[in-house]
Every structure is written in structure tokens, then in C-alpha cells.
Design a protein around this ligand. Structure first.
Ligand SMILES: Nc1ncnc2c1ncn2[C@@H]1O[C@H](COP(=O)(O)OP(=O)(O)OP(=O)(O)O)[C@@H](O)[C@H]1O
Ligand code: SF4
Ligand SMILES: [Mg+2]
Length: 339
């Protein structure tokens, strides 16, 4: 992946109509009586229509729990959405019944996961899985669903789409399976596509193709994307705006250009410094020392303090708020209080 956002910086979309609005969302896990895992701890963000927002952060920072909360796929128990609001096109998702939410999943919100083998059923052909998905949400005949499926497979780059319809997932490569998943996710023209590490399991050359494909599909169907990744190179390629998550909180939010040119939070700077540089042999220039504090053991004050080279006394005593630094840029760090 590339070192900085030099190749393609999509501008912040002019259309600022909000599609998704998440407010003060708290999703905790209670794996045992005396354990409370603050996986997502009071996060707020929105995604505009037509926008690609990247959610970045290291393993365990709460990215997947955020997306599963939006889809209401949190295993309950041990997990629970404790409070907050999730609105899609102004409609509160948290007050929908299971049946209503089932309609939203797949129809209004499509989802792609890291490992397509776990999402595709090995015992059914690609054709039966894609037509089933189409018929779940659209009132069409089997023949129409089949034709629609072939057309979608062609859109995601399969020249011999009719043959792919007859094949089973194991007959396809990882990249091909991910294309099929994208076709299925887009089959009902969702308003929002959530892609959770969609390229992590793939070879680097295939990764770029899949990212291009996501962009094409987004434009064709006029969807918005929430792209979850730990790879800042991927962010530079496709995102308009970036949310940086650490310890279940958003620690920085800005346009992609701002994040790359003017990062404010020491954690974001660390993430940017750990992008592998293709021109050098060094894999990681300056990885962030230490590891993410487990979500049931957050210390008082700033959750990043134990790893931050700028940590001050106040950082260990008080919790920094997410503050506006300038238009389209917020950070949660005492270094930028009053900035
Ligand atoms: N079913 C669960 N039971 C208990 N804790 C959980 C459960 N699922 C997630 N967690 C905890 O919630 C926190 C956030 O996890 P999450 O899966 O959202 O991380 P992530 O940012 O997606 O990481 P990765 O990059 O590894 O996918 C972690 O501390 C994790 O251990
Ligand atoms: S608040 Fe303090 S410890 Fe936290 S990131 Fe900023 S400087 Fe570092
Ligand atoms: Mg995850």
C-alpha cells in the first residue's frame, strides 16, 4: 500500500445530507459477573450520503463491535448495547423489532467481512446463494433473480458469470470469493455498505483490485461506505473522512487529507508512522510501543497514556474530551486543548 495520500484524495463530499447518525453509543460485554468490557464507549459519528468513512485502529480498539452494533448483531449475552442512538436516513434502528431489523440487514445495509469463506456457505453454489439473497429482499421470480445475479457477477468482473453461478465457494480463489461477497452485498442496492477489513486476507495485488471495485460499486449504486481497516494505506486509497478509534473511543476525526497532512493525536501519528514503506527495507518505521489496554482494564485518564511519549500528569488524572480543532477536525488529547 502507498505511504501517503498522494495518488487520490477524494474531496469531502458536497452533499452533506446525513445517511447514518450514531450518537453516544455504548456497547459493553459482560463475560462474567465481575467483568465489564467497554468495547464501544460513548461514540458519536455520522456518514453523509455518498461518503466513504474509514474506521481505523489497532486490534481490539472496538471497530468490529461498532459495525456489529449498527447491524444489531452483537451476541447478547454477553454483549449489550447499553445506550445511544443509531439512525439510518432518520429512522432509529435501535427501536426496531428483530423482524424489522432483519429487513434492514441486506436491504438497507450490506456487509462484507474480512474472510469471505466464513460468509459463503460451502454446501451451496454461488448461484443459489446470490439468488437467495436477491429474493429475500426483492419480489422477483427465480428466473429474474438468476439473471440479476449473472449481471451482478459481471459487474464485479467475472467474464464467465454463468459458469461461476454453478460453482461452489471452494472452487474460487480468495479474491474471487470476495468479489462474490461484494456482488451479494450490493444485490439489494444498499444505502450503506459496511466493509470490515475486506482486503486483509488477500494478496497485496488483489487488495488494490478489490478496493477499486468497492469504489466503482459505491458510485454505481450511490451508496455510502463504512470501511473498517487497520491499514492507513487503504484509508489513503479510498476514504473521504477518517475516524480513529482507540480503547473503545474515537480519539481523532478528520478529512483524509487532514489526517495525513496534519494528524493531531499521538496515536494517529503512530499509526501513520507504522505504514510499511515500499521504498525501504524497513517494514515498520516506528511502531507504537506497547499494546492496546484490554477493554476491561482501562486506566483513569487518557486511555493511551501508557503508550504515549507526550504523556503529562494531567493525562493520568483527567479524561480528555473529543474537541473541535478546526472545521472537519477533532481530537481527544490534552496537547490540543484550547487549540
Ligand atoms: N463476544 C465478546 N465477548 C467479550 N468481549 C468481546 C466480544 N467481542 C469483542 N469483545 C471485546 O471488545 C473489544 C473490541 O473488539 P473488536 O472486535 O471490536 O476489535 P477490533 O477493533 O475489531 O479488532 P480487530 O482489528 O482485531 O478486528 C475487545 O476488547 C474484544 O476483546
Ligand atoms: S492526552 Fe496525554 S497521554 Fe493522551 S494522547 Fe494526549 S498527550 Fe498522550
Ligand atoms: Mg475487527
Amino acid at each position: 500500500m502507498i505511504k501517503q495520500a498522494s495518488k487520490f484524495i477524494p474531496s469531502i463530499t458536497d452533499n452533506t445530507e446525513k445517511l447514518l447518525e450514531v450518537k453516544e453509543l455504548k456497547t459493553y460485554f459482560f463475560p462474567s459477573k465481575d467483568k465489564e468490557v467497554k468495547a464501544v464507549d460513548n461514540i458519536s459519528f455520522s456518514i453523509n450520503k455518498g461518503e466513504t468513512v474509514a474506521l481505523v485502529g489497532e486490534s481490539g480498539s472496538g471497530k468490529s463491535v461498532t459495525s456489529l452494533s449498527i447491524m444489531q448483531l452483537i451476541p447478547t449475552p454477553p454483549g449489550k448495547i447499553l445506550s445511544g442512538s443509531i439512525k439510518l436516513d432518520g429512522r432509529e434502528l435501535l427501536s426496531l423489532s428483530n423482524k424489522e431489523m432483519n429487513k434492514v440487514r441486506g436491504k438497507d445495509i450490506g456487509m462484507i467481512f474480512q474472510e469471505p469463506t466464513t460468509s459463503l456457505d460451502p454446501v451451496f453454489t454461488i448461484g443459489s446463494q446470490i439468488t437467495e439473497s436477491i429474493r429475500k429482499h426483492k419480489k422477483v421470480s427465480k428466473k429474474e433473480a438468476y439473471e440479476n445475479g449473472v449481471q451482478l457477477l459481471k459487474m464485479v468482473g467475472f467474464a464467465r458469470a454463468e459458469e461461476i453461478m454453478k460453482e461452489y465457494p471452494h472452487q474460487l480463489s480468495g479474491g474471487m470469493r470476495q468479489r462474490v461477497m461484494i456482488a451479494i452485498a450490493m444485490s439489494c442496492e444498499p444505502k450503506l455498505l459496511i466493509a470490515d477489513e475486506p482486503t486483509t486476507a488477500l494478496d497485496v495485488t488483489i487488495q488494490a483490485q478489490i478496493l477499486d471495485l468497492l469504489q466503482e460499486m459505491k458510485e454505481h449504486f450511490n451508496s455510502s461506505i463504512l470501511l473498517i481497516t487497520h491499514d492507513m494505506g487503504v484509508v489513503a486509497e479510498v476514504a473521504n473522512r477518517v475516524l480513529v478509534m482507540y480503547g473503545g473511543q474515537i480519539v481523532e476525526e478528520a478529512t483524509v487529507q487532514e489526517v495525513f497532512e496534519n494528524p493531531k493525536h499521538p496515536y494517529t501519528v503512530g499509526l501513520l508512522n507504522s505504514i510499511p514503506d515500499l521504498d525501504e527495507d524497513v517494514e515498520r518505521l516506528e511502531a507504537i510501543p506497547g499494546s492496546v489496554t484490554p477493554a476491561d482494564q482501562f486506566p483513569k485518564g487518557c486511555r493511551f497514556a501508557s503508550r504515549c511519549k507526550f504523556a503529562m500528569d494531567i493525562c493520568r488524572q483527567k479524561t480528555p474530551e473529543l474537541r473541535q480543532i478546526k472545521e472537519n477536525h477533532q481530537a481527544r488529547c490534552f496537547l490540543h486543548e484550547g487549540a
